[in-house]
Design a protein around this ligand. Structure first.
Ligand code: FAD
Length: 401
């Protein structure tokens, strides 16, 4: 896009963090005509071996960035979202995805490997600016004046720009400076994560749908990745044993097996087929939504702004939406503070609603008895509700007010 004749064409934007949110924002901002630099603390770009779901709302952005074909090639479009009982597997409620999701929202619902999505975004953003990503740069804070913003790094160096975006995740340094300490409290849930190659599973096995098995004190989510070659299992279990919020923390396979004792045979098969030394468990924490994301020149996005529990599968989706809306807001205004305000104003309510709905889903997915599950689902229609407000949002076209 030619940037010659719009007010903020010459602005340089510094982004902290090359996660899914930072990279999507970088690509959206470069495509909108801004100059961007991304600073990442890690010595190399990497993502963990787990699945991620992209519904139509972020898929509009991935299409805008030219990634839809690759996402479809590397992912799986599940036929439906299916809620089942944890032991018998009886289907309690379901709603269609695949063609119906596409028909309703104009973009697909895709499940893919996080590492694949991360690499696609990094490649797309780096194509727009080859020296975009600076590794080994841990940001420690920023200073801003009327003339610009300076980002400071742990090695004593610094970078100058006009606008700063903190996309530095759950434990964001930039958010801490803008918002103050955001208190995190342990939810009481640990999230097991394993992936299993399908050659290790019997045929036929679980259908290519998004399966949620719901039981007392826990639930389990199963879906396929990489064209169906890999099965992704996320097992959420209530436990007093709070550990680190970390994707790389391994736990003994025996504990996983014990946590899912008595669950459906498909769950047993998946756990039995897992590599015993590759069982990861993440401790889930609650952080209240915050509403003051910005200073005159700095703002935050993704988990830094609205960390969420994964019970609606929308954390990365929100981060990707943020980048698209931020790029539009900065194109729409001729003043940085006004543009950041427009961005924040148009994002806080939606993201707070997603965070709160996700938190409420913990109760829904962990009801104490089969009778309670049946009673609760008889009063609600998850598909109708999500289609109405969650998946129908298009960050590229929603009116910014
Ligand atoms: P991150 O991915 O955490 O990236 C932050 C980056 O900033 C990292 O690269 C980090 O190294 C870097 N960084 C941090 N501090 C600094 C610093 N000081 N200086 C420089 N760099 C720094 N979301 C979905 O949309 N769909 C799903 O299906 C889904 N499933 C999930 C399942 C589970 C079990 C969990 C726990 C989460 C799930 N999520 C899902 C949520 C999603 O993973 C996150 O919301 C998303 O990854 C957030 O992206 P981000 O870019 O904001 O943060």
């Amino acid at each position: 896009m030619s940037g010659a004749h719009w007010p903020m064409a010459d602005k340089k934007i510094l982004i902290v963090g090359a996660g899914l949110g930072g990279l999507a924002a970088a690509a959206c901002l470069l495509k909108a005509g801004f100059d961007v630099e991304v600073y990442e603390q890690a010595p190399m770009l990497a993502e963990v071996g787990a699945g991620i779901q992209m519904s139509a709302n972020p898929m509009h952005v991935l299409r805008h960035l030219g990634l839809e074909d690759d996402v479809l090639r590397l992912g799986v479009q599940p036929g439906a979202y299916v809620f089942r009982l944890h032991d018998t597997g009886e289907v309690i409620q379901d709603f269609p995805l695949a063609a119906e999701h596409q028909r309703q929202h104009g973009a697909p619902y895709v499940q893919l490997h996080r590492a694949d999505l991360h690499e696609l975004l990094a490649t797309a953003a780096s194509k727009l600016k080859p020296d975009l990503i600076r590794l080994n740069q841990r940001a420690t804070g920023f200073t801003e004046t009327d003339d610009g913003v300076t980002l400071h790094f742990a090695d004593g160096s610094s970078a100058e720009g006009d606008i700063l975006v903190g996309a530095d995740g759950l434990k964001s340094t930039i958010a801490r400076q803008i918002v103050g300490e955001i208190p995190a409290s342990y939810t009481g849930d640990g999230a097991w994560r394993i992936t299993v190659p399908i050659e290790r599973l019997p045929k036929p096995f679980l259908p290519q749908v998004m399966s949620v098995f719901m039981g007392p004190g826990g639930h389990a989510v199963c879906y396929y990745l990489r064209g169906g070659a890999l099965l992704n299992f996320v097992g959420i279990i209530e436990t007093e044993l709070a550990s680190e919020e970390s994707w790389t923390q391994k736990f003994p396979w025996d504990m996983l097996k014990k946590d899912y004792e008595g669950w459906h045979p498909a769950i047993q098969t998946i756990i039995d087929a897992a590599d015993h030394d590759q069982c990861y468990r993440w401790s889930l924490h609650n952080r209240p939504p915050v509403r003051n994301w910005s200073t005159k020149r700095a703002t935050i996005l993704g988990d830094a702004a609205h960390a969420t529990l994964p019970y609606l599968a929308q954390g990365a989706a929100m981060a990707i939406e943020d980048g698209a809306v931020l790029a539009r807001a900065l194109r729409q205004k001729d003043d940085i503070a006004e543009a950041l305000d427009l961005y924040q104003r148009n994002r806080v309510d939606r993201t707070a609603r997603i965070v709160e709905t996700s938190t409420q889903n913990r109760r829904l997915f962990h009801l104490p008895s089969e009778a309670a599950i049946r009673a609760e689902f008889s009063k609600r229609n998850e598909g109708e509700s999500r289609n109405r407000w969650l998946y129908s949002y298009n960050p590229l076209t929603v009116e910014l007010t």
